[in-house]
Ligand binder design. Structure first.
Ligand SMILES: Cc1ncc(C[n+]2csc(CCOP(=O)(O)OP(=O)(O)O)c2C)c(N)n1
Ligand SMILES: [Mg+2]
Length: 363
């Protein structure tokens, strides 16, 4: 039996919308999201360079997925919870994480919200309901289902947004999380960023069916597939999904189709497994360019304003990087405290060993 789910799309590569389409995102919010997409792109570029200079230990750029992350977050409310995979810096920026906070995190200094205990690119902030990234793929999916179930039991005016990507959907946690949320009718959006690659593996070697969306239907979950290089398709769908969840109808699965334009991480060279022609084909679909063209065509923005924005962003980001570089790194103590009320003997031993080692080094 052939089974295929269609892709929702409203805004084309020339910045024009389908006939009869009326956008629902306000001009003001669209402009804000556009600026944050440009900010995300610039920061990603800078973090890759800083990794090459040994200032940052690791970075995971999100080129190609800026609309997918930023605009999906723009359709949510501040009280909503976010769970991330790792490539969602755009979403946490939209939620209110500042450029300085991001730089402090990437450089793992004492102002890092995770106190330097995570790898770089594993951001999060308690006060924003933005849960810290875990490296282990898929762990956030059942956690998000549990968070949404708690929101339902407490009748909170909040939902849970669970970001993950198509590779993580091969983990058992994906199935456990979706099934639990479906059965408990919990208010969670499972937002699957399908960017066509799982490091060097491509979709054709990851799954045999029609992507991830049909799995939602299998679990009895309302499901959409969207063009995630189209800001309007993302915004309208996530907003509709939020209302559906909040009204007590249960979870939603959104498969957001985009493309990972850059490397998986700073430890990857994509030219080893894909062609320049393939990348060039996707580059024409750039999600940021589409919004820019729409804004200019509709006289909401100009080339002059655009150059001014890019210049201002570059200055602001360099300023934040500079501050982050000058901020000290956390001390050795921070590796051992705030986890156990009574430190176990084996950790105590390691702590003492490290202190001795440090003394010897400074002699
Ligand atoms: C359980 C587990 N297995 C393997 C890895 C190594 N790993 C990290 S990212 C990744 C690929 C994930 O691909 P996808 O979910 O599509 O996310 P994307 O990087 O494309 O955003 C793998 C295999 C891991 N972190 N955790
Ligand atoms: Mg992927």
């Amino acid at each position: 039996m052939e089974f295929k789910i269609e892709t929702i799309s409203y805004l084309n590569e020339n910045g024009e919308v389908n006939k009869g389409y009326k956008k629902t995102i306000s001009d003001e919010l669209l402009l804000k999201a556009y600026k944050i997409m440009q900010q995300t792109k610039r920061i990603d570029e800078r973090m890759v360079t800083l990794q090459r200079q040994s200032v940052v230990n690791f970075a995971m750029p999100s080129r190609g997925e800026e609309a997918s992350t930023v605009v999906s977050a723009a359709a949510l409310k501040p009280q909503d919870w976010h769970f991330y995979q790792y490539r969602e810096q755009g979403a946490i920026f939209m939620k209110g994480f500042t450029i300085q906070e991001f730089c402090d995190h990437m450089l793992l200094n004492i102002n890092d919200t995770s106190k330097g205990r995570q790898m770089s690119n594993h951001f999060g902030k308690k006060e924003l309901n933005a849960v810290t990234v875990s490296s282990t793929l898929g762990t956030q999916i059942p956690q998000a289902a549990g968070c949404a179930y708690a929101q339902k039991l407490r009748n909170e005016d909040a939902i849970t947004m669970c970001y993950f990507a198509e590779g993580a959907a091969s983990e058992g946690d994906f199935h456990a999380g979706l099934n639990m949320a479906a059965v408990t009718k919990s208010p969670v959006i499972f937002y699957c960023r399908n960017n066509h690659y799982q490091i060097s593996t491509s979709n054709k070697n990851q799954f045999a069916g029609d992507g991830i969306a049909p799995r939602g239907i299998g679990y009895g979950i309302k499901t959409y597939r969207i063009d995630a290089m189209d800001a309007f398709a993302i915004y309208d769908t996530v907003q509709e999904a939020r209302e559906y969840c909040r009204a007590g109808n249960g979870p939603v699965l959104i498969e957001a189709m985009a493309y990972r334009m850059g490397p998986h991480s700073t430890a990857d060279d994509p030219s080893a497994y894909r062609t320049d022609e393939e990348v060039a084909k996707w580059a024409k679909k750039c999600p940021i360019e589409r919004v820019k063209k729409y804004l200019i065509k509709n006289k909401l923005w100009s080339e002059k304003q655009d150059s001014e924005l890019l210049e201002a962003l570059a200055i602001e980001i360099e300023k934040c990087i500079d501050i982050a570089k000058k901020t000290p790194k956390p001390g050795i103590d921070s590796m051992f405290n705030e986890v156990y009320s009574d430190i176990p003997w084996n950790l105590q031993e390691q702590y003492e060993f490290l202190q001795e080692f440090k003394k010897e080094e400074s002699n």
